[in-house]
Ligand binder design. Sequence first.
Ligand code: GRF
Length: 201
Amino acid sequence: SRLAILASGRGSNLQAILDAIASGTLEAEIAGVFSDKPDAQALLRVPEALRWSRTPKSCGGREAFDTVLADAVAASHPDWVVCVGYMRILGEAFIRRFHGRILNIHPSLLPKYKGLHTHQRALQAGDTEHGASVHFVTAELDGGAVIAQARIPVHADDTVADLAARVLACEHPLLLQVLQLAAADRIAACDGNARLDGQPL
Ligand code: GRF
């Protein structure tokens, strides 16, 4: 299956995808890497022909950017749009266009801690467990159906950096597990719920 990757930063999740494709554990190809940050490290992980970046400013505003991005993603003919550290909220037009085919990885056990600063919020709440979720993207921020989660224990002396590192380490296998299901066409969003082989998860 063809994956359009949206990323704003470092791209360690993208690297995990690239490594899995190279080693044959994920049957997929990268349709393109799309970024709102022209200097994103993620872009440098793929050949130049697969890189796309624009800023909302260069497109004349957020809505125009959303359309330009959607056109570029559509032109790459993806089966799936995968947000990995994409730090911008997708516009409604974008989401409508790729409905049911957009995935995101989020560093919390959703529905807990939608949005930013998830590790800090988990620590402040005194949670003993934290983790990451892969979910379908809908118009509600980090609110689409959860497909799979990975859990880690929170230790008493954990810092935000400790948690961020341990969650990131479990994000990569989690994302790959879901992408293997996606590539095999085994997951779908149905009436706001994630399905595996047509069954509720
Ligand atoms: C990950 O923690 C992801 O869950 C979050 O942003 C981070 C991206 O990391 N949405 P990377 O760019 O894949 O290294």
